[in-house]
Design a protein around this ligand. Structure first.
Ligand SMILES: [Zn+2]
Length: 369
């Protein structure tokens, strides 16, 4: 009996070599994901000597998946598989891979960089001129919305025991991005007041929890009552509705008219001037996006007279991803998950993302159709 079971396991473990796999593929750009994203049978990926083959148990959605499907603002390689966040199990390793073996639980690190330039070797892989985001700029047919995918060893982290596949896929990119913004760039300290814009977005929910981990006072913003309550549940000390025209006045009142030390920004044009006005002398605004528009104005007097720090931030380092996974394993960062879609319905997740219907991350499970 044991022999039969072992034989079955062996057949299962090598079976993928001879099979196709299912993947969510689009072959042309379209504003409506439902028109072009289809589940197809395609060839299993073949790994290079430095790569790992991963059975994808859970894959997370990000806004860059929509840019890829739209073909705006960047044309992605076609045919395309989106998906920059996966968690799963190692099924094969290349001959040069040192730190992973079959059966390891892993999560993707989507920031692909050259690892040899001045930026990379000084620890700034996010500033690498050859940087690309896996699942967005890579391809053809190289992303996470597939039953199996492959990544270089350097783009894979081990998933700690207490972090589920869904949690890993939900936190990897947004957690790393938020960590880099707050810890890597803004260098938050205990006692500071941090304003987290869009507190129930992927980066926002991580931003609230990381700021609390660092002993900061957190004021979060959200667009409706349900989202505001979610922010408080994540640990925010107070919350305001950023859809109300006087939202910034309420933030100022909450700080006894002192303003905030750090603004965590990814919303863009609709709120940027007010955010800059809310900073204390020598305060810091750190930005990682501009969902409502990028051509914002700034009163330069706020910049020089108040000694304002305006910082940009994109992605993060693999070490920062590992920090996030460490604290997720400790239960100090709890990924906020909205829903997990069966793979056959995965295109609906893109529509939910576009309509901002969800609170927290959307996931899909490629092996559960
Ligand atoms: Zn580089």
């Amino acid at each position: 009996m044991v022999l039969v079971r072992n034989l079955k396991l062996t057949i299962l473990s090598i079976g993928y070599c001879f099979e196709n796999m299912k993947a969510a593929v689009f072959r042309e750009y379209n504003k409506d994901p439902l028109q072009v994203v289809k589940i197809e049978d395609i060839d299993m990926p073949k790994i290079k000597p430095n790569e790992i083959l991963i059975k994808v148990e859970s894959a997370g959605y990000n806004y860059n998946d929509l840019w890829a499907i739209w073909g705006e603002p960047v044309k992605t390689p076609l045919p395309h598989i989106s998906g920059s966040d996966v968690a799963g199990v190692v099924v094969e390793v290349g001959e040069e891979v040192r730190n992973f073996k079959q059966g390891d639980r892993v999560v993707s690190h989507s920031n692909m960089s050259c690892r040899v330039c001045d930026m990379c070797t000084s620890g700034r892989e996010y500033d690498c001129p050859d940087r690309s985001i896996w699942g967005f700029q890579t391809g053809p047919l190289w992303g996470g919305f597939a039953q199996y995918t492959h990544l270089p060893e350097v783009n894979v982290s081990k998933l700690p025991d207490n972090v589920s596949f869904d949690q890993g896929a939900a936190i990897s990119m947004v957690g790393m991005t938020a960590w880099h913004m707050l810890v890597g760039r803004a260098k938050i300290r205990p006692g500071q007041t941090v304003l987290i814009m869009g507190g129930t977005s992927g980066v926002g929910m991580a931003g609230i929890q990381i700021s609390k981990l660092y002993g900061c006072d957190v004021i979060a913003t959200a667009g409706n009552k349900e989202k505001m309550d979610t922010c408080l549940g994540l640990g925010a000390d107070s919350v305001v509705n950023h859809r109300e025209s006087d939202w910034y006045k309420k933030v100022r009142e909450l700080t006894n008219k002192q303003g905030v030390d750090v603004v965590f920004e990814h919303i863009g044009k609709s709120v940027f001037p007010q955010e800059v006005g809310l900073l204390k002398m020598g305060g810091t605004l750190v930005s990682t996006g501009a969902t409502t528009g990028y051509d914002s104005a700034i009163d330069l007097r706020y910049l020089f007279f108040k000694g304002t720090n305006l910082l940009g931030s994109t992605q993060g380092t693999k070490a920062e991803l590992d920090e996030v996974l460490y604290w997720t394993n400790k239960g100090k960062i709890k990924p906020l998950i909205s829903t997990t879609l069966p793979f056959s319905d995965m295109a609906k997740g893109h529509v939910m993302m576009a309509n901002a219907e969800q609170i927290g991350k959307i996931l899909t499970t490629p092996h559960k159709l």
